[in-house]
Design a protein around this ligand. Structure first.
Ligand SMILES: [Zn+2]
Length: 317
């Protein structure tokens, strides 16, 4: 299937003007990088086309009033689809951050949620598309279409964090919460944002560890009605399924906006992965590593929240 996907990308960049122009523009974007926590790289990308995503209104009234851009009837005729398992469509994202950027959305208009078998879908897709990292934005964590279930995928090797979590020196016994011979679930605060990491050779083990973490997050939040706020990265590498979960406590930072002293940044999975696509040139030029760190601190789960999830996880075990 991966070859089919690469062929789809080639075809769309040849035949679809919007995609061709936006991917060509991406090839010319300005980048600069910064380091946080003494060991984690954050890449800033000046990307004006992402304004439609960072600036999107995602309140219920705005969503009701707009045509859903993931539903077939509102998509451009040029946008092609590869169907997977009769439930998802794989498409080229016409407003890219990655050199190859896919949107993988449910065929039907159904709310964004990672409950049930969605994590298995994500793991299966990561195995099939092993040139890519899959990612999922919770409905209140940066998804610009929280009313229509979708994953995205981008080139492996692009988000610095995916390489950083593979550093075995992070995963000392004190950082591991659940282990078996097929894999582990651990946590770290060493990369500038609190995260959980699952690495397992068997898909079913990765899926089970994720389900247990999700349950602990629900119980710890004291709210069983809404999905716990999170961003998720998922990929397959060297015989292992890898999942990074960033528990969140806030959708957008206080500085969000276009006024004086504000920045149009609405961090989601890719920003959590260490690539900040910034649509406003001044913000791109001005933002410092300390400000990035401050926004991670504001949006990600804090230490006390992590302790609560970890204690719940251990009690449920
Ligand atoms: Zn839709």
């Amino acid at each position: 299937m991966q070859q089919q996907v690469h062929d789809l990308i080639d075809r769309q960049l040849r035949d679809w003007d919007t995609a061709r122009e936006n991917y060509a523009a991406l090839g010319r974007v300005r980048l600069r990088d910064s380091e946080i926590a003494g060991r984690s790289v954050v890449v800033m990308q000046y990307n004006p086309e992402r304004k439609r995503s960072s600036g999107a209104s995602v309140d219920a009234a705005s969503l009701m009033a707009r045509p859903c851009f993931l539903c077939k009837e509102h998509q451009p005729v040029e946008q092609e689809t590869i169907e997977w398992e009769g439930r998802y469509k794989i498409q080229v994202n016409p407003y890219p951050i990655f050199p190859d950027h896919l949107t993988i959305s449910a065929l039907e208009h159904t709310p964004q949620s990672i409950a049930g078998r969605r994590i298995d879908d994500m793991l299966n897709l990561a195995r099939l598309l092993d040139d890519f990292v899959l990612f999922y934005n919770g409905p209140r964590c940066g998804a610009s279409a929280p009313d229509h279930m979708h994953f995205q995928a981008g080139n492996k090797g692009f988000m610095p964090l995916c390489d950083e979590v593979m550093d075995e020196s992070l995963w000392t016994p004190e950082q591991l919460l659940l282990t078996s011979k097929e894999g582990f679930l651990g946590f770290t605060d060493q990369l500038g944002r609190n995260l959980f990491f699952i690495k397992a050779s068997e898909r079913v083990v990765a899926s089970l560890l994720f389900a247990r973490l999700q349950l602990a997050m629900i119980v710890a939040s004291g709210n069983a009605d809404d999905e716990p706020m999170m961003n998720v990265l998922c990929w397959w590498e060297q015989g292992n399924y890898c999942i990074v979960v960033f528990p969140r406590r806030k959708h957008r930072p206080e500085c969000y906006g276009e006024g004086d002293g504000q920045m149009l940044v609405s961090p989601a999975s890719v920003d959590m992965g260490g690539v900040w696509a910034i649509p406003v040139e001044k913000d791109f030029e001005d933002i410092t590593g300390d400000q990035v760190q401050g926004i991670y601190d504001e949006l990600c789960m804090d230490g006390a929240g992590m302790v609560k999830i970890i204690e719940t996880l251990i009690q449920l075990d």
